[in-house]
Each structure stands twice: as structure tokens, then as C-alpha cells.
Design a protein around this ligand. Structure first.
Ligand code: FES
Length: 95
């Protein structure tokens, strides 16, 4: 079973399995999602979760603070979808 992930920046919707981080599914689908480390340490992939729920893999506290989490921010490289979700990236990655 997969969940639908809508990326508001591009208007694209992709399928993502619940055990796969959103970033990985987006990049595999050819979306130019910003990232650098892909391991939860740089915050380049920081995004806002506009709807739905995600499960977060471990990440560095410096990349995503508790306050940012409370505001609905996620790290796309650490966030696995638990439902259909919509996200918008806020970071700039390597660009
Ligand atoms: S790409 Fe570095 S925290 Fe996600």
C-alpha cells in the first residue's frame, strides 16, 4: 500500500510507501526536491506539512527543533507518510 504525496511547490502528486522517506520518493520520481545530506542533519529539505500525518525517523536536533515540529515543520528526508499528505518545501538544498 502506498500513500499519495502532493508537493505543493510543483503541483505534482507521487506515490510513496509508508516505509520510505518522502524525499527519496520525490527524487526517484524526478522531482527537484531540495536536499543536501539526506540524513536529517542539514535542514536543506525542511518542509511544511500542510495536511496528513508523517512518522519521523531520527534526525539531528539542529536540523529540526521541537518548536519547528510544533509548527508543523518536517524534514522530508526523515518523514515517512502515514496517510495521504501534502507538503511544501521551504529549504533551498544545493541550488
Ligand atoms: S537533506 Fe539534510 S536534513 Fe534533509
Amino acid at each position: 500500500m502506498t500513500h499519495r504525496v502532493t508537493i505543493a511547490n510543483t503541483g505534482q502528486t507521487i506515490e510513496c510507501s509508508p516505509d520510505r522517506p518522502i524525499l527519496h520518493a520525490a527524487v526517484a520520481a524526478g522531482i527537484d526536491y531540495p536536499y543536501i545530506c539526506a540524513s536529517g542533519n542539514c535542514a536543506a529539505c525542511i518542509s511544511e506539512l500542510k495536511s496528513g500525518e508523517v512518522s519521523m525517523l531520527p534526525h539531528g536536533d539542529g536540523a529540526l527543533s521541537a518548536a519547528q515540529k510544533a509548527e508543523g515543520k518536517i524534514l522530508a528526508c526523515r518523514a515517512k507518510p502515514c496517510s495521504d499528505v501534502e507538503v511544501i518545501w521551504l529549504g533551498r538544498g544545493r541550488k
